[in-house]
Design a protein around this ligand. Structure first.
Ligand code: 13P
Ligand code: SF4
Length: 344
């Protein structure tokens, strides 16, 4: 064990039950080596209020730490080793622009229900809460889009156009029922006439990592590894999803790999840190390969060095804070999701 790793382990031991470290599946193996719990973004956030630890360290990107802070109990402090770790997709949907677009779309009395993917800021979730909307994850997007469609005439899905398209396909919505919004020039170029005819309005954001997985990569994988099974994340373009054998959330891809028969070759379209970890874990039973080699630069911003620095200064550093009025409306949006999924 090198110096940084021994320092982290010594600090963990000294803090004992006052500390819990959570790590997203896309974190590097060097960081994952020090976490108490590993999971996808929602699993980790949901775990926070069940923990007795006072300090929760969230190794992931900023929107995930914010969701954890919204769901944390009174007295719990959520910290992030790399607060500058944003998410390109989440940055594509600024809250003031979302509020302006929703006001413009609802000007003629039309009920537009916003549904935001969990990969968005607490402020965006709060706007969704205030406008009668909710939140979804990649695992429950189908249930939540069906819920949102029942709330009024139109749904605005954001920020991910790919997850929107893949979920709309799963629900059988036609192309004519969808419209991708033009949000340029501060929302002044919205086509309100066309928007008024659509059932599903789509925000034009995407994940800069998953958007790079293309149908031609699936064709190349099949040519190079005949008989392989290809599974991809629903943040990939719809043409990629159609070319693959299976599509699903981070947790689904982990499960898919675990359940695939021994001797199979699996090609997985998601962040490479996770795929390479699965490849190592199942090296004796099956071959697991990345569809394409891509790392999320923001996930990689958390390192053993900044984790150690955070732990050394835990009592002095400001935790992640979400203003109470934002936390309240964001919590409302999140609770609508938990209720709708509990009924489904
Ligand atoms: P999960 O919600 O599955 O953890 O995914 C988060 C993410 O950033 C996917 O790109
Ligand atoms: Fe955001 Fe994509 Fe990175 Fe996930 S993989 S954190 S969606 S940029």
């Amino acid at each position: 064990m090198n110096d940084t790793h021994s320092r982290i382990e010594a600090l963990r031991a000294a803090l004992g039950g006052r500390l819990a470290i959570l790590g997203h599946h896309y974190q590097s193996d060097e960081v994952i080596a020090h976490v108490d719990f590993r999971g996808d973004s929602l699993e980790l956030s949901r775990r926070v209020p069940q923990l007795s630890a006072e300090h929760i360290v969230f190794c992931g990107v900023f929107f995930m730490a914010e969701s954890a802070a919204v769901l944390a109990r009174e007295g719990q402090k959520v910290h992030i080793p790399a607060p500058e770790a944003g998410c390109t997709m989440s940055n594509m949907a600024p809250a003031p622009l979302l509020a302006a677009v929703l006001e413009a779309l609802g000007r003629d009395g039309r009920r537009v229900t916003p549904l935001t993917y969990v990969n968005s800021s607490a402020e965006v979730k709060a706007v969704c809460g205030r406008f009668g909307g909710s939140v979804c994850t990649s695992a429950n997007a189908k249930t939540m889009l069906a819920w949102a469609l029942e709330q009024g005439e139109t749904v605005l899905f954001l920020p991910d156009k790919n997850l929107a398209a893949n979920t709309a396909d799963a629900l059988g919505l036609t192309q004519a029922e969808r419209h991708v919004l033009n949000i340029r020039a501060a929302g002044s170029r919205l086509d309100l006439k066309v928007a008024a005819t659509a059932k599903l309005l789509v925000w034009p954001g995407c994940c800069s990592i998953h958007h790079r997985f293309r149908a031609r990569h699936v064709a190349e994988a099949r040519a190079t590894h005949p008989g392989c099974l290809v599974a991809v994340h629903p943040e990939c373009p719809d043409e990629t999803v159609r070319a693959a054998d299976a599509v699903g959330s981070t947790s689904f891809l982990i499960d898919f790999t675990a359940k695939a028969p021994a001797g199979s070759t699996l090609v997985i379209g998601t962040e490479e840190a996770l795929v390479l970890r699965l490849a190592k874990q199942y090296a004796d039973e099956k071959i697991v390969l990345p569809l394409k080699s891509v790392r999320c630069a923001n996930m990689a911003k958390t390192t053993p060095a900044n984790l150690a620095a955070l732990l050394e200064n835990l009592d002095r550093l400001e935790p992640v804070r979400v203003a109470p009025e934002i936390a309240k409306s964001a919590d409302l949006a999140l609770r609508r999701m938990l209720d709708a999924c509990a009924r489904a």
